[in-house]
Write a protein that binds this ligand. Structure first.
Ligand code: SIN
Length: 479
């Protein structure tokens, strides 16, 4: 058994202590790799949430008064721990989430980079001196941590999405309660081991795994708590809307990173080979289970055949050199299969794949002749399926690309500067990849618009999201 799994079995991390739950209060984690039970995960309760929140408030009062340099030291230590233990942490992630070992280790490095980057940013957070219109009044702002925060994190990047929330929260001076995805609790719980190892103050973080049913109650409790001042959620638009309505009662600060329906546009002026290479990396990363995966490929009609033939060949080669990794669970694979079958029934052409390989493994699939009558045009696929359609001119491409309630990421391939300007101005998305489809980095403001949510993660904006701006007006006394 992976060393971390042995340590984390049936445990919650509550205010700096690992607490073991009875088997009857635990649930089984099944590896998507082979359907084997890898360990029991503890099922946290409402009572655990209440303790976590009150301890987080106490810890916050002390943590916010450390200097940013002192807080940065802790973050750097977390980053270092992850780097030193990347192989075992990656292996744990691979076991519970299913992504390949190199991708899993890559995710640990990605997580570590958030702690390093925000350690440095913590030290440059500052307010402003304002240009006061009144000669006898000084005006300025200070930045302060918002308070106790909560994070609800997804299964697709169980380590990195937590890092993207926790690193800026700690850097800004906040404490945090974390509710990881039910399918992938261990890559989150491991942060408890790291916290102990680097002597992070007790109570500052709590990690509360829970099965699907308890997760709903825990989420509600977090939303309704007056003490929790901010919730950061990554997941479906459906759940995001529920959480938002539950937070309305106390006007909690929210950042929501929700679903996407990313267009991938290739014009006649593109380097087609670069577009294909990037499309493959973007689409098949984590077997298509990323919020920023290209979902709809819009290829200019004059290069449609060239693009389709070449990408088909590349996928065939990839199938030989790199086996696909599994999807997370049976619900996920059934959804992907249903989208593919719906498209085929409505006239899409199957170029490759199109079926469940075995268990949770879905074949890399290539569909052409996709159109808006098909569900796959409208829904986030979250699986290894490329769906291609053509367009006439760039106005038509933008119109189709924006024809969705979502607005997370969009990709454009063209070497024509006028086209680049046109797409940049007109695509209704929070993030654009132009001649590249891999922008994820701690420096990049990650987040969407429309029903893909609001708030940015990563970057200086991601740090600001964990602060309040206090405005001060100071009157001069008698000289
Ligand atoms: C996501 O799928 O939401 C995260 C992907 C990334 O950070 O690259």
């Amino acid at each position: 058994m992976n060393k971390y799994l042995t340590l984390l079995q049936s445990k919650i991390y509550l205010a700096g202590l690992f607490i073991t739950k009875e088997d009857s209060q635990s649930y089984a984690i099944i590896s998507p790799l082979n359907q084997n039970k890898i360990a029991l995960a503890a099922n946290s309760t409402i009572n655990d949430v209440d303790i976590a929140i009150s301890q987080a408030q106490i810890a916050f009062d002390a943590w916010k008064n450390l200097s940013s340099l002192e807080r940065a030291e802790y973050l750097l230590n977390i980053s270092d721990y992850m780097l030193k233990n990347k192989d075992e942490l990656g292996h744990l992630l691979h076991l519970e989430q299913g992504k390949s070992v190199p991708e899993a280790i890559g995710e640990i490095l990605y997580s570590s980079s958030y702690f390093k980057w925000f350690a440095h940013q913590a030290q440059s957070l500052h307010g402003e001196t304002l240009n006061s219109p009144c000669i006898n009044k000084q005006m300025y702002t200070i930045k302060q941590p918002i308070g106790v925060c909560a994070a609800i994190t997804p299964f697709n990047f169980p380590s990195a999405m937590l890092a993207r929330k926790l690193a800026p929260a700690l850097a800004a001076g906040c404490s945090m309660i974390i509710k990881p995805a039910s399918d992938t609790p261990f890559s989150a719980l491991v942060y408890g081991i790291i916290a102990d190892e680097i002597n992070l103050p007790k109570g500052l973080i709590s990690i509360l795994p829970a099965d699907q049913e308890n997760s709903i109650n825990i989420g509600k409790r977090i939303c309704e708590s007056e003490t929790v001042r901010k919730l950061s959620f990554t997941g479906s638009s459906h759940t995001g809307k529920i959480l938002m309505s539950q937070c309305a009662g106390n006007i909690k600060r929210l950042s929501l990173e929700l679903g996407g329906n990313a267009p991938f546009i290739v014009t006649k002026c593109a380097n087609v080979q670069t577009a294909i290479d990037d499309a493959i990396k973007n689409k098949f990363r984590n077997s298509g289970q990323t919020c920023v995966c290209a979902n709809r490929f819009f290829i200019h009609k004059d290069i449609l055949h060239e693009f389709t033939d070449k990408i088909k060949q590349e996928i065939e080669i990839l199938n030989i050199t790199q086996p696909i990794s599994p999807l997370i669970n049976f619900k996920a694979i059934e959804k992907v299969d249903k989208l593919v079958k719906n498209a085929l029934n409505k006239g899409a052409k199957l170029e490759l794949g199109g079926n469940i390989q075995h268990n949770l493994y879905y074949q890399r699939t290539l569909l052409t002749n996709v159109d808006k009558t098909m569900d796959i045009y409208h829904q986030e696929i979250f699986g290894p399926v490329i769906s291609i359609m053509s367009y006439e001119n760039i106005k038509d491409a933008v119109k189709q690309a924006n024809d969705t309630p979502y607005g997370l990421a969009a990709y454009v391939y063209t070497e024509n500067i006028n086209e680049i300007n046109y797409f940049t101005r007109n695509l209704e998305y929070g993030m654009l990849g132009i001649n590249n489809a891999a922008f994820s980095s701690p420096a990049f403001p990650f987040g969407g618009i429309k029903q893909s949510g609001f708030g940015k993660e990563g970057s200086i904006y991601g740090l600001e999201d964990y602060t309040i701006t206090k405005a001060i007006c100071l009157a001069d006394g008698e000289a």
